[in-house]
Design a protein around this ligand. Structure first.
Ligand SMILES: Nc1ncnc2c1ncn2[C@@H]1O[C@H](COP(=O)(O)OP(=O)(O)OP(=O)(O)O)[C@@H](O)[C@H]1O
Length: 570
């Protein structure tokens, strides 16, 4: 029989329900009313946590989503719409979704402070519109009707708590989907997210839509709580405070959202009790947010990290340090799988690539080498779709990829890794592999891949891995998607010599094992000799030599490119 782990999700859910029941039974009405306000803030903060904490974007208009949700509930109440408050709250949440998508559109192009300005501008405009239009029922003092089941303040507290818990469960489940992982990846690197086959625009819009939905829900619950809603309930300044609290508490976690909601409501209340102006509570949040930004850890992340440290398995990845066995002879297929023709890229007056032609045959490991600045990274960027202004054509297994965005090329079977570490630290090894695989992978496949590239335990967090292991993890994730071609941009950076040689051996096995051709960009020529059946040499954006490594690397023009005229001729 399976045991329910004391800290597992089921146990947490049971614990949360038990806490709600106890609070409802023992806490006085006034405090329960404040508790409901804290829950309203927590529901809204959970939504905001998707955009800020998970996806790393800034949104300063959460109050506008709340206002829309509340407005819809008030209107349905005035109209006497069927379904009652519980249904209206849901409708209010859904009504905010299109607004969230609309607000997400600028996020496709803007980041940081620019996105903050746009969302703040929107919130200010929404303020004006709401103040002019007013809330249905506000002037006639027609309060939002609660169904008899949740008519009392205690019952309404339980209702708000259940909405929060249902939202937290949904968030947790969503967090395990490809979108959930994509948001975390997005926060770390948009380029890597796209290279893993995920549409960055879709992931960003989904984050804003979800955030708006939770904002709308919170507004709806608030309107049922206070009955008569006015524009003062949704001040723009409150959106700023929500963001500050979301950052400080880490509202992407359910615990962080609830802690944030409690702080937002009870800190001003405590200040009031002490005779201090309530607004000074914002100062506390500001100090907390500064602390978070300084340490890089929100309250929730700090707690999670401490908890993990206690349970951590000390093992590092069991790197192989023994010298590799006999080299597997690199193989070369015949049929072309990646055909690049006339690829050119110019950065202003610098020609980084000039009419480059390159063919990678199927089931082949091919090296792409050249001195610094030769154009190797530009080639990778252009072929995988990161440079829209590149000219020429790219054909993968007979299919033209020209004009396709990065994620579509990746989904078509053209994957890449990056020179710099692009693996999101917030994931586990297994979580990253599943995301990067872009298809359903079994536990056995994950184990096999971890064994193949020596990744160690699948449950470990990426943040616990050293740089070399992260590079291998990136390669493993891309390979799991079974691409037709994988371009590896200096995968051995950060590895010791023996490990680089080991990786070279592994790469020779890749075509046979996964049916994938490899284009290996590498400065370590010994590794290139071991792994590659074919090598192409770039210099000043042009192909200057190509052929088997032994003969190609010995050619004088290659030596000149690497060492300069005088040394080559000496
Ligand atoms: N964003 C950019 N803006 C302007 N010039 C650039 C840019 N990126 C690259 N270049 C220039 O394009 C040329 C090719 O650079 P690229 O980074 O592709 O070379 P590389 O072979 O990958 O070098 P390395 O081995 O050092 O990574 C160089 O002259 C470089 O200075």
């Amino acid at each position: 029989m399976r045991r329910v782990e004391a800290t597992g999700p089921a146990a947490q859910l049971v614990g949360a329900l038990a806490v709600i029941a106890v609070l409802a039974a023992v806490v006085p009405q006034y405090w329960l009313f404040l508790g409901t306000s804290a829950l309203v803030a927590a529901i809204s903060l959970s939504g905001l946590g998707v955009v800020t904490g998970r996806a790393g974007m800034i949104s300063l208009c959460q109050m506008s989503f709340m206002a829309l949700g509340a407005w819809v509930v008030c209107e349905l109440n005035v109209l006497g719409a069927p379904g009652g408050l519980i249904v209206w709250v849901l409708v209010g949440g859904l009504a905010a979704v299109p607004l969230g998508v609309l607000l997400g559109l600028p996020a496709l192009r803007l980041r940081g402070v620019h996105l903050a300005v746009v969302t703040l501008g929107f919130a200010a405009a929404a303020d004006v519109i709401i103040a002019a239009a007013g809330f249905p029922g506000a002037t006639t003092f027609q309060p939002v009707l609660r169904p008899s089941l949740i008519a009392g303040d205690t019952a309404y507290f339980v209702f708000a708590a259940l909405v929060f818990v249902a939202g937290a469960v949904a968030m947790r489940l969503l967090g395990r989907t490809r979108y959930g992982t994509a948001w975390r990846a997005l926060r770390f690197s948009e380029r890597a997210t796209a290279a893993a086959g995920m549409s960055v625009p879709r992931a960003k819009l989904a984050a804003f839509a979800l955030s708006a939905f939770f904002g709308g829900l919170a507004g709806g619950v608030l309107s049922g709580q206070i009955g008569v809603v006015t524009a003062q309930n949704f001040d723009t300044i409150d959106s700023l405070i929500l963001l500050v609290v979301a950052v400080m508490a880490g509202s992407e976690y359910a615990g962080g959202a609830i802690a944030g909601g409690v702080l937002m409501v009870f800190v001003p209340e405590i200040f009031r009790g002490l005779g201090i102006p309530q607004d000074w509570g914002s100062l506390v949040f500001a100090v907390g947010a500064v602390q978070t930004l300084t340490t890089g850890l929100s309250m929730s992340e700090d707690l999670v990290r401490r908890f993990r440290r206690r349970r951590a398995v000390p093992a590092q990845a069991p790197r192989r340090t023994d010298e590799p066995g006999p080299a597997v002879t690199p193989v070369k297929g015949e049929r072309p799988v990646l055909v690049v023709e006339g690829l050119s890229v110019a950065y202003g007056r610098i020609t980084a690539l000039a009419e480059v032609d390159l063919v990678v045959p199927e089931r082949t490991v091919m090296g792409l080498i050249g001195p610094n600045g030769a154009g190797k990274s530009t080639f990778t960027d252009a072929v995988t779709g990161f440079i829209p202004g590149a000219t020429g054509s790219v054909t993968l297994d007979g299919r033209k990829l020209d004009g396709l965005p990065v994620h579509r090329r990746a989904a078509a079977g053209l994957r890449r890794t990056f020179q710099q570490d692009r693996v999101p630290p917030g994931l586990t090894v297994a979580g990253f592999l599943r995301f990067s695989a872009h298809r359903r992978v079994s536990a056995a496949e994950l184990e096999e891949m971890a064994d193949f590239l020596n990744l160690g335990t699948l449950e470990r967090h990426v943040s616990e891995l050293d740089v070399g292991s992260r590079r291998l993890l990136e390669v493993a994730g891309a390979l799991l998607s079974r691409p037709k071609v994988i371009i590896l941009d200096e995968p051995a950076a950060g590895l010791a010599h023996a490990e680089s040689m080991e990786l070279a051996e592994r790469l020779t096995e890749v075509p046979g094992r996964f049916g994938t051709s490899v284009l290996l960009i590498e400065h370590d020529l010994e590794m290139v000799r071991r792994a590659c059946a074919e090598v192409v040499v770039l210099d000043f954006g042009q192909v200057i030599a190509a052929g088997p490594p032994a003969t190609t690397l010995a050619r004088p023009e290659v030596a000149r490119a690497y060492l300069g005229d005088e040394v080559a001729l000496a």
